[in-house]
Design a protein around this ligand. Structure first.
Ligand code: CTP
Length: 394
């Protein structure tokens, strides 16, 4: 379950910090990669060397050194989950208030990954209204909490505040990353972005697609629990969380990657595939000859990926195409749905600022008719489409 996952372990100051070593060992044994960030307090209880030995990774403990090596933003983006174990009262307070004055707190403020905290502190500190309020704020923001347990502590005191056992924290991490939602068990293939069709080794034909809509759809399907293969042309979009990305350049590569990804339950073809490619790609850069006329490019038809997948022996149960139109949008989309053999068409008017922009006004064309959706952010179009897909698959 945790195999192949990247887990960022944040270790803050507590006598229980030694348990983080065992947690790191369990993660590594499960095939996950544990990356550790040590606070100044944490470093009083476990050494960087011990952590590096157990994780097999460089340990980060200094905001400015980390900046030079990898950068706190990359460190925040890299993990599938961030686990704060032990989480001291001080670090929980910083998290609750959005402070960012060292590497651990900065990474915790910058990450979008799910966060699990395993508090460890003296019972009086745990029961203090300030800590209670901080925990409530973190929980309200979706931070998961494991423990603390009750029992004997380092001090001659007992009560709640004892760090959960490594095995318990491990189980909580697995639960945090377990896929959930109506599309669990479904595989979706999504295409996104433009294709690049080479003219010669340095030139290509492309289009204005940014991949924003397709990437958002892949992320939205994954958020509902689907296993998603995103076949993407060249884009600058970050990989959506929890999605397997296959990078391609040309239409023919995109088709091959889509066919290789089958079988699937769902296909959403949001890529702006080039209809034509240059018939003969030059092996060497085309040279401008003095006095000679400009070259003429002979074009060849590219395969239609949507039509091919719609007619495939392993056709997904639901095939959704897009229709980028600049006039009579719905009419063209209805005809396109029939021509391509897909189940739904998401039609949009690309004559305005849709390509590369953040908002989209679409029409959903199905066998039952046409729905006009209001203009909304592309992320909302993606969420709504994923929801519709989940209802259809139910
Ligand atoms: N598409 C595809 N392969 C192609 C061309 C398009 O899979 N070679 C898919 C797109 O991903 C989209 C749908 O077909 O889901 C419609 O794309 P669009 O560019 O709007 O349509 P075209 O097929 O190019 O038709 P037309 O030129 O008539 O608009």
């Amino acid at each position: 379950m945790l195999h192949g996952k990247n887990i960022l372990l944040v270790i803050s100051g507590s006598i229980a910090a030694y348990k983080a070593l065992e947690l790191a060992r369990l993660l590594r044994k499960a095939g996950a990669t544990a990356h550790a960030v040590l606070t100044a307090g944490g470093a009083r209880f476990v050494t960087k060397e011990a952590l590096a030995g157990i994780t097999g990774q460089r340990v980060h403990d200094d905001l400015w050194a980390a900046e030079a090596e990898i950068g706190h933003i990359r460190l925040a983006r890299l993990p599938d989950a961030v686990v704060v174990a032990p989480a001291s009262a001080d670090l929980l307070a910083k998290m609750a208030h959005g402070l960012a004055d060292d590497l651990a707190s900065t990474v915790l403020l910058a990450t979008r990954a799910p966060v699990l905290v395993a508090p460890a502190m003296n019972p009086a500190m745990w029961e203090h209204p300030a800590t209670r309020a901080n925990l409530a704020a973190l929980r309200a923001r979706g931070v998961a909490v494991v423990g603390p347990g009750e029992g004997a502590m380092a001090e001659p005191e007992s009560g709640p505040g004892r760090l959960s056992e490594p095995a318990e924290i491990f189980t909580a991490i697995a639960a945090l990353l377990a896929p959930a939602g109506p599309l669990v068990g479904r595989h979706a293939v999504v295409t996104s972005g433009p294709t690049h069709e080479p003219i010669d080794p340095v030139r290509y034909i492309a289009n204005r697609s940014s991949g924003k809509q397709g990437h958002a759809i892949a992320g939205a399907l994954a958020a509902l629990g689907a296993r998603v293969t995103l076949v993407s042309g060249p884009v600058v979009q970050p990989d959506p969380r929890g999605v397997t990305v296959v990078r391609v350049e040309t239409a023919r590569e995109m088709l091959a990657a889509c066919e290789a990804a089958l079988p699937a339950d769902i296909a959403v073809m949001a890529a702006a595939v080039a209809d034509w490619r240059v018939a003969r790609e030059a092996d060497q850069k085309l040279k401008k000859q003095p006095g000679a006329a400009a070259p003429t490019l002979e074009m060849a038809l590219n395969p239609d990926i949507l039509a091919t997948v719609s007619a495939h022996a392993q056709r997904p149960r639901l095939v959704v195409g897009f229709a980028a139109e600049t006039e009579t949008v719905v009419q063209h989309a209805v005809a396109k749905r029939a021509r391509k053999g897909c189940d739904w068409i998401v039609a949009n008017d690309v004559s305005g600022d849709v390509m590369g922009g953040d908002a989209n006004a679409v029409h959903l064309v199905t066998a039952a008719g046409v729905e006009d959706w209001p203009r909304m952010p592309k992320a909302d179009v993606a969420a709504r489409l994923a929801q519709r897909i989940a209802e259809d698959m139910a």
